[in-house]
Design a protein around this ligand. Structure first.
Ligand code: MF3
Ligand code: CO
Length: 255
Protein backbone atom coordinates (compact mmCIF):
# COMPACT_ATOMS: atom_id res chain seq x y z
CA UNK A 1 0.00 0.00 0.00
CA UNK A 2 1.39 3.38 -1.01
CA UNK A 3 1.05 6.22 1.53
CA UNK A 4 1.01 9.80 0.23
CA UNK A 5 2.30 12.37 2.69
CA UNK A 6 1.48 15.99 3.47
CA UNK A 7 3.88 18.97 3.46
CA UNK A 8 3.84 18.74 7.26
CA UNK A 9 5.13 15.20 7.06
CA UNK A 10 7.78 16.21 4.48
CA UNK A 11 9.15 18.57 7.12
CA UNK A 12 9.36 15.78 9.69
CA UNK A 13 11.08 13.56 7.17
CA UNK A 14 13.41 16.47 6.40
CA UNK A 15 14.45 16.48 10.08
CA UNK A 16 15.36 12.79 9.84
CA UNK A 17 17.04 13.39 6.48
CA UNK A 18 19.24 16.13 7.90
CA UNK A 19 20.57 13.70 10.52
CA UNK A 20 21.32 11.19 7.75
CA UNK A 21 23.28 13.86 5.87
CA UNK A 22 25.26 14.69 9.02
CA UNK A 23 26.12 11.02 9.54
CA UNK A 24 27.38 10.70 5.98
CA UNK A 25 29.47 13.89 6.26
CA UNK A 26 30.97 12.85 9.60
CA UNK A 27 31.79 9.32 8.47
CA UNK A 28 33.35 10.58 5.25
CA UNK A 29 35.45 13.02 7.27
CA UNK A 30 37.16 10.27 9.26
CA UNK A 31 37.42 7.73 6.41
CA UNK A 32 41.14 7.36 5.69
CA UNK A 33 43.49 4.46 5.00
CA UNK A 34 44.01 2.43 8.18
CA UNK A 35 40.74 3.41 9.85
CA UNK A 36 38.75 0.41 11.16
CA UNK A 37 35.31 -0.06 9.61
CA UNK A 38 33.98 -0.42 13.15
CA UNK A 39 35.19 3.12 13.84
CA UNK A 40 32.98 4.40 11.01
CA UNK A 41 30.01 2.69 12.66
CA UNK A 42 30.96 4.26 15.99
CA UNK A 43 31.01 7.73 14.41
CA UNK A 44 27.51 7.11 13.01
CA UNK A 45 26.28 5.94 16.43
CA UNK A 46 27.64 9.14 18.00
CA UNK A 47 25.90 11.43 15.49
CA UNK A 48 22.61 9.53 15.89
CA UNK A 49 22.82 9.87 19.66
CA UNK A 50 23.65 13.59 19.49
CA UNK A 51 20.42 14.17 17.56
CA UNK A 52 18.20 11.89 19.62
CA UNK A 53 17.87 9.65 16.58
CA UNK A 54 18.06 5.89 16.12
CA UNK A 55 19.25 3.74 13.23
CA UNK A 56 16.52 1.99 11.26
CA UNK A 57 19.25 -0.38 10.00
CA UNK A 58 20.25 -1.73 13.43
CA UNK A 59 18.45 -5.04 14.17
CA UNK A 60 16.47 -4.72 10.92
CA UNK A 61 15.37 -8.17 9.78
CA UNK A 62 13.62 -8.48 6.43
CA UNK A 63 12.23 -11.96 5.68
CA UNK A 64 15.14 -12.81 3.34
CA UNK A 65 17.85 -12.02 5.91
CA UNK A 66 19.17 -14.92 8.02
CA UNK A 67 20.08 -12.64 10.94
CA UNK A 68 19.11 -9.11 12.04
CA UNK A 69 21.35 -6.39 10.59
CA UNK A 70 24.10 -5.93 13.22
CA UNK A 71 25.28 -2.32 12.66
CA UNK A 72 24.09 1.31 12.44
CA UNK A 73 25.25 1.90 8.86
CA UNK A 74 26.33 -0.13 5.83
CA UNK A 75 29.92 0.19 4.59
CA UNK A 76 30.40 -1.48 1.22
CA UNK A 77 33.98 -1.61 -0.10
CA UNK A 78 35.08 -2.16 -3.75
CA UNK A 79 33.23 -5.25 -5.09
CA UNK A 80 30.65 -5.10 -2.31
CA UNK A 81 27.62 -3.47 -3.90
CA UNK A 82 25.36 -2.92 -0.91
CA UNK A 83 24.66 -3.98 2.72
CA UNK A 84 28.33 -4.39 3.69
CA UNK A 85 28.58 -4.88 7.45
CA UNK A 86 31.25 -2.64 9.06
CA UNK A 87 32.95 -5.54 10.84
CA UNK A 88 36.60 -6.29 11.51
CA UNK A 89 38.38 -4.82 8.45
CA UNK A 90 40.38 -1.62 7.94
CA UNK A 91 40.04 0.89 5.12
CA UNK A 92 43.00 0.80 2.76
CA UNK A 93 44.52 3.20 0.29
CA UNK A 94 42.59 3.26 -2.99
CA UNK A 95 39.38 1.69 -1.64
CA UNK A 96 36.11 2.72 -3.26
CA UNK A 97 33.78 3.00 -0.29
CA UNK A 98 30.01 3.37 -0.06
CA UNK A 99 28.46 4.53 3.20
CA UNK A 100 24.69 4.01 3.47
CA UNK A 101 23.00 5.55 6.50
CA UNK A 102 19.52 5.92 7.91
CA UNK A 103 17.94 7.80 10.80
CA UNK A 104 14.62 7.65 12.59
CA UNK A 105 13.59 10.89 14.27
CA UNK A 106 10.16 11.46 15.82
CA UNK A 107 8.74 8.45 14.02
CA UNK A 108 9.94 9.38 10.52
CA UNK A 109 12.85 7.90 8.55
CA UNK A 110 15.54 9.08 6.16
CA UNK A 111 17.88 6.89 4.07
CA UNK A 112 20.81 8.02 1.89
CA UNK A 113 24.16 6.81 0.59
CA UNK A 114 27.38 8.20 -0.90
CA UNK A 115 30.42 6.62 -2.56
CA UNK A 116 33.94 8.04 -2.41
CA UNK A 117 37.60 7.02 -2.72
CA UNK A 118 39.85 6.61 0.30
CA UNK A 119 43.44 7.85 -0.08
CA UNK A 120 44.70 7.59 -3.66
CA UNK A 121 41.85 7.86 -6.19
CA UNK A 122 42.15 6.24 -9.64
CA UNK A 123 40.45 7.83 -12.67
CA UNK A 124 38.23 4.77 -13.25
CA UNK A 125 36.90 4.85 -9.72
CA UNK A 126 36.21 8.57 -9.90
CA UNK A 127 34.34 8.13 -13.18
CA UNK A 128 32.21 5.31 -11.74
CA UNK A 129 31.36 7.55 -8.79
CA UNK A 130 30.47 10.54 -10.99
CA UNK A 131 28.29 8.48 -13.32
CA UNK A 132 26.44 6.89 -10.38
CA UNK A 133 25.84 10.31 -8.84
CA UNK A 134 24.57 11.51 -12.22
CA UNK A 135 22.25 8.47 -12.45
CA UNK A 136 20.76 9.45 -9.08
CA UNK A 137 20.27 13.04 -10.29
CA UNK A 138 18.56 11.83 -13.46
CA UNK A 139 16.34 9.48 -11.44
CA UNK A 140 15.36 12.27 -9.06
CA UNK A 141 14.59 14.62 -11.96
CA UNK A 142 12.17 12.01 -13.34
CA UNK A 143 10.25 11.80 -10.04
CA UNK A 144 7.62 14.38 -10.92
CA UNK A 145 3.81 14.20 -10.85
CA UNK A 146 2.46 12.62 -14.01
CA UNK A 147 5.53 10.48 -14.68
CA UNK A 148 5.63 6.80 -13.78
CA UNK A 149 8.02 4.72 -11.65
CA UNK A 150 9.35 3.23 -14.91
CA UNK A 151 10.49 6.71 -15.96
CA UNK A 152 12.72 6.86 -12.87
CA UNK A 153 14.05 3.36 -13.59
CA UNK A 154 14.73 4.12 -17.25
CA UNK A 155 16.51 7.38 -16.38
CA UNK A 156 18.81 5.59 -13.92
CA UNK A 157 19.52 2.64 -16.19
CA UNK A 158 20.06 4.86 -19.23
CA UNK A 159 22.65 6.97 -17.40
CA UNK A 160 24.61 3.90 -16.28
CA UNK A 161 24.47 1.97 -19.56
CA UNK A 162 25.39 5.05 -21.65
CA UNK A 163 28.67 5.13 -19.71
CA UNK A 164 29.27 1.40 -20.30
CA UNK A 165 28.40 0.50 -16.71
CA UNK A 166 25.88 -2.00 -15.36
CA UNK A 167 23.05 -1.95 -12.84
CA UNK A 168 23.13 -4.52 -10.03
CA UNK A 169 20.42 -7.14 -10.51
CA UNK A 170 17.40 -6.75 -8.27
CA UNK A 171 18.57 -3.38 -6.97
CA UNK A 172 16.34 -0.39 -6.43
CA UNK A 173 14.83 2.15 -4.10
CA UNK A 174 11.67 2.10 -2.08
CA UNK A 175 8.92 4.08 -0.46
CA UNK A 176 10.01 5.62 2.84
CA UNK A 177 8.13 7.36 5.66
CA UNK A 178 7.26 5.99 9.07
CA UNK A 179 9.08 2.83 7.94
CA UNK A 180 12.42 2.73 6.14
CA UNK A 181 11.06 0.34 3.50
CA UNK A 182 7.54 0.99 2.26
CA UNK A 183 5.72 0.55 -1.03
CA UNK A 184 6.33 1.16 -3.85
CA UNK A 185 9.58 -0.44 -4.95
CA UNK A 186 11.56 1.79 -7.30
CA UNK A 187 13.61 -0.49 -9.58
CA UNK A 188 16.93 0.68 -11.01
CA UNK A 189 16.12 -0.77 -14.42
CA UNK A 190 12.96 -0.72 -16.45
CA UNK A 191 11.02 0.90 -19.23
CA UNK A 192 9.82 4.47 -19.44
CA UNK A 193 6.05 4.87 -19.31
CA UNK A 194 5.54 1.71 -17.24
CA UNK A 195 4.59 1.20 -13.62
CA UNK A 196 2.74 3.21 -11.03
CA UNK A 197 1.85 6.82 -11.74
CA UNK A 198 3.84 9.30 -9.57
CA UNK A 199 1.66 11.72 -7.60
CA UNK A 200 2.33 14.64 -5.26
CA UNK A 201 2.99 13.39 -1.72
CA UNK A 202 4.88 10.26 -2.75
CA UNK A 203 8.00 9.89 -0.56
CA UNK A 204 10.65 7.52 -1.92
CA UNK A 205 14.32 6.65 -1.67
CA UNK A 206 16.05 6.48 -5.06
CA UNK A 207 19.30 4.48 -5.09
CA UNK A 208 21.22 3.49 -8.22
CA UNK A 209 23.72 0.62 -7.69
CA UNK A 210 26.13 0.81 -10.61
CA UNK A 211 28.78 -1.75 -11.61
CA UNK A 212 32.06 -0.82 -13.26
CA UNK A 213 32.36 -3.97 -15.39
CA UNK A 214 28.98 -3.42 -17.05
CA UNK A 215 27.76 -6.80 -15.80
CA UNK A 216 24.75 -6.91 -13.50
CA UNK A 217 25.14 -10.25 -11.69
CA UNK A 218 25.50 -10.23 -7.90
CA UNK A 219 25.77 -12.77 -5.10
CA UNK A 220 25.15 -12.66 -1.37
CA UNK A 221 28.24 -13.20 0.79
CA UNK A 222 28.48 -15.68 3.68
CA UNK A 223 27.35 -13.15 6.31
CA UNK A 224 23.92 -13.28 4.67
CA UNK A 225 23.83 -9.50 4.14
CA UNK A 226 26.62 -8.17 1.94
CA UNK A 227 25.90 -8.29 -1.79
CA UNK A 228 28.97 -8.40 -4.07
CA UNK A 229 29.51 -8.42 -7.83
CA UNK A 230 30.01 -11.93 -9.20
CA UNK A 231 32.93 -10.82 -11.37
CA UNK A 232 34.79 -8.98 -8.59
CA UNK A 233 34.42 -5.58 -10.30
CA UNK A 234 33.70 -2.51 -8.24
CA UNK A 235 30.34 -0.88 -7.64
CA UNK A 236 29.14 2.55 -6.53
CA UNK A 237 25.91 3.62 -4.86
CA UNK A 238 24.25 7.00 -4.26
CA UNK A 239 20.90 7.46 -2.58
CA UNK A 240 18.59 10.27 -1.51
CA UNK A 241 15.17 10.20 0.09
CA UNK A 242 12.84 12.63 -1.70
CA UNK A 243 9.30 13.95 -1.55
CA UNK A 244 7.35 14.53 -4.76
CA UNK A 245 5.91 18.03 -4.48
CA UNK A 246 3.89 20.16 -6.87
CA UNK A 247 7.10 22.14 -7.48
CA UNK A 248 9.14 19.05 -8.28
CA UNK A 249 11.23 16.64 -6.22
CA UNK A 250 12.35 17.89 -2.77
CA UNK A 251 15.54 16.24 -1.49
CA UNK A 252 15.01 15.28 2.15
CA UNK A 253 18.50 13.94 2.92
CA UNK A 254 20.61 17.01 2.15
CA UNK A 255 22.37 19.02 4.88
N1 MF3 B 1 19.53 1.95 1.51
C1 MF3 B 1 19.56 0.56 1.89
C2 MF3 B 1 18.35 -0.15 1.34
O1 MF3 B 1 17.33 0.47 1.20
C3 MF3 B 1 19.59 0.46 3.36
C4 MF3 B 1 19.54 -0.93 3.85
S1 MF3 B 1 19.66 -0.95 5.50
C5 MF3 B 1 19.85 -2.52 6.01
O2 MF3 B 1 18.41 -1.33 1.06
F1 MF3 B 1 19.55 -2.53 7.24
F2 MF3 B 1 19.03 -3.30 5.32
F3 MF3 B 1 21.08 -2.90 5.81
CO1 CO C 1 17.45 2.60 0.78
Amino acid sequence: MVTYRSPREWERMRDAGRVVARILASVRDVAEPGVPLAELDAVAARVLKEHGATSPFLHYKPSWAPVPYPANICVSVNDVVVHGIPGTGLLKDGDLVTVDAGARVGGYCGDAAISFMVGTADAGGLRLIEVTKGALERGIAAAVPGNRIGDVAAAIEGAARAAGFGIADGSGGHGIGTEMHEDPSVPNKGRAGRGMRIKEGLTIAIEPLVTESGRDATRVLDDGWAVATVDGGRAAHFEHSIAVTGDGPMILTAL
